[in-house]
Every structure is written in C-alpha cells, then in structure tokens.
Design a protein around this ligand. Structure first.
Ligand code: SAM
Ligand code: SF4
Length: 328
C-alpha cells in the first residue's frame, strides 16, 4: 500500500478498547465516557480486517488502546493475530500497555509470539505515579515488567515528559532501564482530546528534558531511524537505547508508515487529523469488498503532515478525539 505522497504503509495499530483502568491526566479526563459495547468491533471483525490488511501488505501490528489488557478474553485475539507471525505473514505483533495486568497476561503474550512490548511508565515514585495515572499502583507495573522480562520478552518504557511533574526523573529512569535491561522512549505531550486539563502547561521539549543526562553519560546518536517518529541514542556504558519521540518540536511525518484502526472500526490515517473511513459499516454492510474499496480511499486521505503546533496554539483547532480512542 502506498499513500498519495508515495509513502509505503506497512504498519497497523489497532485500538482494541477505549476503556482503561487508569486515567492519566494527559490522556483522558477523570469522567471519561466510553463507547457502548455494540459499537466495538468484535474479535471476529478485528481478525477479519487484520487478515485483509495483511493481504494488502501490512507487516507489523501493534495492539493498543485504551488499555488492551482490560478487554475480556484479549488472550484469544492475541493468539489469533500471533498465528500470522508463526506463518510468516506478519513480521511482528507487538503491544503497548500500562503494565498493570502484565503478570496476569504474560503467558498469553508469549503464546501470541509477541517478543517486544512497550510499557508506559512516567514515574518511579509510587505517590507521583498514582497521581499521574489517577490511582495506578506502581508495584503492579514493576512486577509485570519483571514477569515478562523473565520470559525473555523485550520491554521498552514509554515515558511522557511532563514539565513540573517528572522533569527530575529522567536520570533515575535511565538508571532503572540500565539495571533491568530495558530500552526507553521519552515522548512529548500532544494536544489531543478536549477537556484534558493543563496539558499545554506541562509541555516540555525533549531537548530540555534530557539535559541532565549529559552530566552522567555519553549519548551516541544512532544512525538507525525506523520508519516512525523516533530518533535514537545509545547511552554508554549502560547499553540503554533511548528514543526521543518529538511530534511537537521536530515534525516526523516524512517517513510515516502507519495506519490506525479505532475501537469502533474507523481508520484514521494520522493521529493529528480527523479524516477517516468507517470500516465497521463497510464490513457489516458489504463485507470484504467494501473494506478493500475504503482502504484505497483511506490511502488517499493520509495527510502529508500533522498540525500539532497550530493545535497547541489554537484551542479551536484541537481534535475532540482522545488518545485512548485512536490508540497511542
Ligand atoms: N494504555 C496503554 C498505555 O498507556 O501504554 C496503551 C494506550 S496509551 C494511549 C499509548 C501511549 O500514548 C502511552 O505511552 C501514553 O503515555 C501515550 N499518550 C497518551 N496521551 C498522550 C498525549 N496527549 N501526548 C503524548 N502521549 C500520550
Ligand atoms: Fe489509560 Fe494508557 Fe491513557 Fe493512561 S495513557 S489513561 S494507561 S490509555
């Protein structure tokens, strides 16, 4: 699949639920309303759509949400999609999770041929962690990480950089990653969703957030840049790979290779755009032929780049959609 700007699209992110057991301040308001169950794609529909996407050239799928591990029987879907990896039809199935249910699902993850996961962790201080997530238990997340690491699954920590909240934690986080054999990605906050308090107040550019690292370690720039929104550095002698995800201060759209399937079956071509096609209606009314037709349309809709800078500056331009619906 190629979009209207010639970019090859081979990466699909699926938001399997918009629900979550956390309420991270930057992601959703405390009183979030969720989609009624009937609006969600069921597992058979997700499996069928994934199959079709793979036929069209998708080589990598990431399950996200909301919190993917809170959806009932998620192990069944993981195993079904993981079978494509075993059959060589997919290069990789991965997962982004808040880690709170990782230990309970570690066996499912292994059985689904998932060998790398991203775990969100913004603070190593239990009180601060509970405040940021509005109720999350740090010990459960750390225990989950230990469980999957013991199985040989690679973990990358996703840390959102928050001015005045976790600015003093980049050095301890890098040490934690070094001690536990984890990679780290630091992420700038994006102006997604309405009613999410104080996010612009907490925005900090990563260049500034990462300044304390230079007093402790040598950072070697890695030439390797995946078709994605991160630049990588190697922190020696810890051996930690550090990814900087800078949607705000360094536009990264030129080699974007991804599509996003929402919980209710819409395909969004860009996190920063409201343009989409509705595959749920297509699959329920027309079957696979409708899906193929809409996919071609979706490829033409992919914008050249997002416009977070203007959305950050002008509230009226912001998208009503929250990160949990589209999938981070
Ligand atoms: N619940 C899972 C988790 O937290 O990892 C998966 C979904 S979550 C929406 C995916 C990622 O998006 C997380 O790493 C989270 O920190 C990030 N995220 C959520 N809202 C964001 C925002 N406004 N700006 C930047 N990153 C955000
Ligand atoms: Fe839930 Fe993830 Fe959003 Fe936090 S970032 S509220 S864990 S979906």
């Amino acid at each position: 699949m190629r979009d209207g700007f010639g970019r090859q699209i081979d990466y699909l992110r699926i938001s399997v639920t918009d629900r979550c057991n956390f309420r991270c301040h930057y992601c959703m308001p405390e009183q979030q309303t969720f989609l009624p169950r009937i609006e969600l794609l069921d597992y058979a529909e997700i499996a069928l759509l994934s199959d079709r996407f793979i036929d069209h050239g998708i080589r990598k799928i990431r399950l996200t949400g909301g919190e993917p591990l809170v959806r009932r029987d998620i192990g069944l879907l993981m195993r079904q999609l993981g079978a494509h990896v075993a059959a060589g039809r997919l290069d990789e199935l991965t997962l982004t999770t808040n880690g709170s249910r990782l230990r309970a699902h570690a066996d499912d993850i292994l059985a689904a041929n998932i060998r790398r996961i991203n775990v969100s962790l913004d603070s190593l201080d239990a009180d601060r962690f509970a405040k940021i997530t509005r109720g999350g238990q740090l010990n459960e997340v750390l225990d989950g990480i230990a469980a999957v690491r013991a199985m040989g699954i690679a973990v990358r920590i996703n840390m959102v950089a928050l001015r005045g909240i976790n600015e003093d934690e980049i050095v301890p986080m890098v040490r934690f990653c070094g001690d536990n054999g984890l990679d780290l990605a630091v992420i700038e906050t994006m102006p997604l969703g309405d009613g999410v308090a104080g996010r612009t107040d907490h925005f900090i550019a990563l260049e500034e957030f990462c300044v304390p690292l230079h007093a402790h370690w040598k950072l070697d720039s890695l030439p390797h840049r995946t078709a994605g929104p991160a630049r990588y550095w190697q922190i020696e002698p810890l051996g930690v790979r550090l990814g900087l995800i800078t949607p705000m201060s360094d536009n990264f759209c030129d080699d974007c290779n991804r599509l996003r399937l929402t919980t209710d079956g819409k395909i969004y071509m860009c996190l920063g755009s409201s343009l989409h096609v509705d595959l749920r209606a297509a699959i329920r009314e027309e079957g696979v032929a409708g899906v193929d037709r809409l996919l071609q349309k979706a490829l033409k809709l992919k914008p050249e780049r997002h416009d977070f800078e203007r959305q950050m500056a002008d509230r009226s331009l912001r998208l009503a959609r929250h990160m949990n619906a589209t999938g981070g």
